[in-house]
Design a protein around this ligand. Sequence first.
Ligand code: HPA
Length: 247
Amino acid sequence: MSIAIIGGSGLTALEGLEIQRQQMQKTPYGEPSGPLTFGLLNNRDIIFLPRHGNPHAIPPHRINYRANIWALRENGVEDIIAVNAVGGITARMSPGRLVIPSQLIDYTWSRQHTYYEGDGNEVVHVDFTCPYTPELRQQILHASKSIGLECRDGGIYGATQGPRLETAAEIKRMENDGCDLVGMTGMPETVLARELGLNYACICVVANWAAGKTDEIIKMDMIEKNLRDGMIKVRRLLSAAIGQAQG
Ligand code: HPA
């Protein structure tokens, strides 16, 4: 067993997954968002975990990211493909697009964001220059080409605290910082995978224009509709990417 998919908003269940069993995994950090689902996707063994739980009930700031990543590692996972709903900030990041981000900026606060708490052990600073594993990113991009699915290569993901959406001024500041996308769940999930030595890449689904990018206010029903449409593409992409995975 080596590959896991973490589902985000709009991907609470993975259609096409032939479920074999479910298992609740205890960890030193408490319980993950729900049981791990073991199954076959495109004839490969995978583990699926919806980070908001099923039903979708855990808000971004209450997700036990440490337990989720730990539980996957405990079950032999080496590669994680995460799916995240985002708002689009820069011009090409329009609703409906799929993007494989290449960098991130962390604006979250007061989340349990490390396994290296000190506790009398040696101080550890992991390298995070490239937050997403380049080979896994390429595998996903290659899969998108192989099925003729448009998928943007690169972009900077800004992780915000939520659960509220941002103000227009906050988005302007993020844009000045270089962010292309805004989402609430990218951190600390990404760095925790790095701390445990796992490969990690992310498929972002643009659900809406970020705050202040249009004259309209952001409505949940519009987000949900764009996510429903986007997830049809994500399922195809995941299946193709898993089919190409090594091991
Ligand atoms: N902001 C933050 N997170 C999001 C958004 C947004 O506009 N859309 C979907 N997730």
